[in-house]
Ligand binder design. Structure first.
Ligand SMILES: [Zn+2]
Length: 126
């Protein structure tokens, strides 16, 4: 496990607070460092330097999905990618993006476990 000093996500939480789009006690949603051709590409990341219990935290998933349905509302659909295949293993984090993106990025998206969501569905926390 990398130390906090070497951790790109810990560093992003310290240095990129100007890119925060949402923040609470446990999570932050921020614009990703690299956009890879997307118009919108965001990451939800746990504040703590550990995977904690977020893997099974359905509530965070639901929250992120609902948040994205508003954030991506000018697009018909958006994508949420699983973090299991990411290079950063220390934090629980997921990435969401639109369907723009470079040719290489879109190809890569298809190989990454992901779910496509529609934005025009009313969501309620029931
Ligand atoms: Zn970290």
């Amino acid at each position: 496990m990398k130390s906090k000093e070497d951790c790109p996500l810990c560093q992003a939480l310290i240095n990129e607070s100007n890119k925060f789009l949402y923040e609470d006690d446990e999570i932050v949603i921020l614009q990703t460092k690299t956009m890879k051709g997307h118009h919108k590409r965001v990451m939800l990341v746990s504040k703590g330097h550990s995977r904690f219990m977020f893997d099974e935290n359905w509530y965070v998933h639901k929250f992120f999905r609902a948040w994205c349905q508003v954030y991506f509302d000018e697009e018909p659909t958006f994508v949420i990618c699983e973090s299991a295949f990411s290079t950063v293993k220390n934090h629980w984090h997921v990435i969401a993006c639109d369907w723009y993106g470079t040719e290489k990025e879109i190809e890569q998206l298809h190989y990454t476990p992901h779910t496509t969501y529609e934005t025009n569905i009313e969501w309620s926390p029931k």
